[in-house]
Write a protein that binds this ligand. Structure first.
Ligand code: ZN
Length: 273
């Protein structure tokens, strides 16, 4: 191999190590509604145990030389414990309570608050596509769950907020909003496969990435989409650009993270800002 090729490979490897060393943090067990439970389910000297919650398969990864199940905990969980299935056994996980605040927003375009019949049909059709991508389970070996920030910028701590648009109650906020200028590149936060792209009524131009084993991330309100459905992406690849398409009050990235079809707080998966 020519020397300059070896040198550039070495530089690339060094860069990859620097990047991974700088941007990743190890997500902690976060057992509350909207959080992520990380549960020891067995020793490494066996194949990965099969685990599920509410019949949805769970991500299973190796951590500290033990198999761990990673459980996305639904925002609307009211009990102080939940039960997952590991092989033939039930395993209880204690939860800590968490209540989320209310958020009141004013949206000028009335159709975004009370859509008309034609818009409702469009929203319904899009909901099916989005839900299918968010609930997709692809068999893959997990290399972890930590994420690089998809874009730099101030992060709202608005995950889980119970929202009112023009005083009317709507679904809770199931993501993190990162403020960044329009056109700022958005990168893939870890390796995956693009499982949906589209221009949706509420979410605007959107990319959804499947990271395997039911781990899915979503990018909304983009000004530009740089990837195609089915495309493999690596950490750091540009997937689009920050914008203000869909139901927004200004340019920002809406960043959603999902495990076992459940929206979880992206802050748990990202390094501190
Ligand atoms: Zn948002």
């Amino acid at each position: 191999m020519p020397r300059q090729v070896i040198a550039s490979l070495g530089a690339g490897l060094l860069l990859a190590l620097l990047v991974s060393g700088l941007v990743f943090a190890k997500p902690a067990h976060s057992p509350w509604p909207g959080g992520i439970a990380i549960v020891d389910i067995g020793s490494a000297d066996q194949p990965p145990p099969v685990a599920s919650f509410n019949d949805a398969p769970l991500l299973v990864m190796m951590r500290d030389d033990r198999w761990h199940a990673v459980v996305g905990i639904p925002l609307d969980t009211a009990s102080d414990a939940l039960s997952i299935r590991v092989g033939d056994e039930e395993l209880a996980i204690d939860l800590v309570p968490r209540t989320y605040k209310e958020q009141r927003l004013t949206v000028k375009k009335q159709s975004y608050v009370t859509p008309g019949q034609q818009q409702l049909e469009r929203i319904g059709a899009e909901r099916e596509i989005i839900d299918a991508a968010l609930n997709r389970y692809r068999v893959a070996t997990s290399t972890g769950i930590e994420l690089a920030p998809p874009v730099d910028g101030p992060r709202s701590s608005s995950f889980g907020l119970r929202r009112f648009f023009n005083e009317q109650p709507r679904a809770p906020h199931k993501g993190m909003d990162i403020a960044a200028p329009e056109g700022e590149p958005v990168i893939a936060p870890r390796d995956g496969v693009v499982s949906a792209t589209g221009d949706y009524f509420f979410n605007g131009q959107t990319v959804i990435i499947d990271h395997g084993q039911g781990y899915v991330t979503m990018y909304c309100h983009l000004s530009d989409i740089a990837v195609e459905h089915g495309q493999a992406v690596a950490t750091g690849d540009i997937v689009g650009a920050v914008g203000k398409t869909g139901r927004v009050t200004g340019p920002h990235l809406h960043f959603g993270t999902y495990l076992n079809g459940t929206a979880v707080d992206p802050a748990i998966l990202l390094p501190e800002n």
